[in-house]
Design a protein around this ligand. Structure first.
Ligand code: NAI
Ligand code: MG
Length: 371
């Protein structure tokens, strides 16, 4: 099998961290006999500079055709004054929209060596490995009707109304539920679905539909349900009780940001967005670090490549079904951290000498070779 991959390094530190992923890809080709068909293209400010828009149509077409897209980061001060439609992030938004990426994946993994970076106590988070699956294209951020009524008329204070509508169809719930169950099968085989079925109609529908998908299509996966407010409590009380958390757009936005703080630095956080299965059965997929283009450290060799490397590990696991290789890569990251290697963003108050972006990449390759 040859796995096709479109790499979009983007702006700022994007190309710097992506260069380390290219090394990792080369390592797997040379040492594990894997075959990747890698193409590279422009997105964001880099695409604007060349084409006058943040994502060329040819690039969009390529993204639709490959097994997976890996993106670095977009944006930078140089593009801040551009028209809204030309801004670098519009390139990323176009990819997400046209690929119809409805499932947003945010893992929260806490490597033992970094447990002291967590907002919680080491005993609560060491070894944590959970995955939040958030519905991304529907729910209250998109539901109609929405709007704000006109200004109060004199003598009629307090009458303005702001409206948003939480609206989900069974189809929207079922497709993201299927994503979560598929992912659970490649991990710990457990899904906890979170909503507010006690007070929301859409929550009742969510619970019924998730249960239906489970009973009819994924009876082998363990499913539980939890009210989202209790879920927030459980996430900070005992996060290791979870494997995959499935939730809607609004609750997922809040819960995934909270979960990110369980693990420490922005330079460590991977993510993915998945769409419907393609002809080959694999979902459309875009993998990217959570962080941005970090203009404050661009070009200085300071960027932590781990978030991008872990995004590639997710790609190996979820798009290419290469769970063994994904485990190897995550173990290599764990090893270099255990060895005390730190990029500047991972320096604690006790200080030390940080390693550069490329040195971190080299040491991860060495750790792979040592396995
Ligand atoms: P940012 O994530 O780029 O940086 C925030 C802080 O974290 C900075 O101090 C940066 O140096 C540090 N940081 C981020 N990633 C790091 C890494 N891998 N290693 C070490 N340190 C790291 O967010 P910010 O500063 O708000 O935005 C900068 C630009 O990035 C803006 O143009 C923004 O629009 C864009 N952005 C793009 C995103 C994307 O491409 N998905 C997401 C967030 C922001
Ligand atoms: Mg958020």
């Amino acid at each position: 099998t040859t796995y096709s991959l479109l790499i979009l390094p983007g702006d700022g530190i994007g190309p710097e961290v992506m260069a380390e992923v290219r090394k990792v890809i080369g390592w797997f080709e040379n040492n594990r006999g894997l075959s990747f068909d890698v193409s590279e293209d422009l997105v964001g400010g880099a695409a604007y500079d060349k084409h006058g828009k943040p994502l060329a149509d040819e690039t969009m077409a390529k993204a639709q055709a490959v097994d997976a897209v890996l993106l670095g980061a977009v944006g930078g001060p140089k593009y801040d004054e551009l028209d809204f439609s030309l801004k670098p992030e519009r390139g990323l938004l176009r990819l997400r929209k046209e690929m119809d990426l409805f499932a947003n994946l945010r893992p929260a993994q806490c490597f033992d060596a970094l447990a002291d970076f967590s907002s919680l106590k080491r005993e609560v988070v060491a070894g944590l490995d959970i995955l939040i699956v958030r519905e991304l294209t529907s729910g209250v951020y998109f539901g109609e009707p929405r709007g704000i009524s006109a200004d109060d008329t004199p003598g009629n204070e307090g009458g303005r109304v702001g409206v948003n509508t939480q609206r989900y169809t069974s189809g929207e719930i079922r497709r993201v539920a299927r994503s979560a169950f598929e992912l659970a099968r490649k991990r710990g085989n457990r899904v906890c679905s979170m909503e507010k079925a006690n007070v929301m109609e859409s929550g009742i529908l969510w619970r019924e539909e998730v249960q239906w998908v489970h009973d009819n299509e994924y009876p082998d996966v363990a499913l539980s349900h939890m009210y989202a407010d209790n879920g927030a409590m459980q996430l900070v009380r005992n996060p290791r009780q979870f494997d995959v958390i499935l939730t809607d757009n609004l609750f997922g936005d809040v819960l995934s940001d909270a979960a990110a703080m369980l693990t420490g630095s922005l330079g460590m956080l991977p993510s993915a967005s998945l769409g419907a299965p393609m002809a080959n059965g694999r979902p459309k997929a875009l993998y990217e670090p959570v962080h941005g283009s970090a203009p404050d450290i661009t070009g200085q060799g300071k960027a932590n490549p781990i978030a991008c490397i872990l995004s590639f590990a997710m790609c190996l696991r979820y798009s290419f079904d290469l769970g063994v290789e994904a485990d190897m890569l995550e173990k290599a990251v764990e090893q270099v951290l255990a060895d005390g290697l730190r990029t500047a963003d991972l320096m604690g108050p006790e200080g030390g000498t940080p390693v550069s972006t490329s040195e971190m990449g080299d040491r991860i390759l060495a750790a792979l070779s040592a396995q």
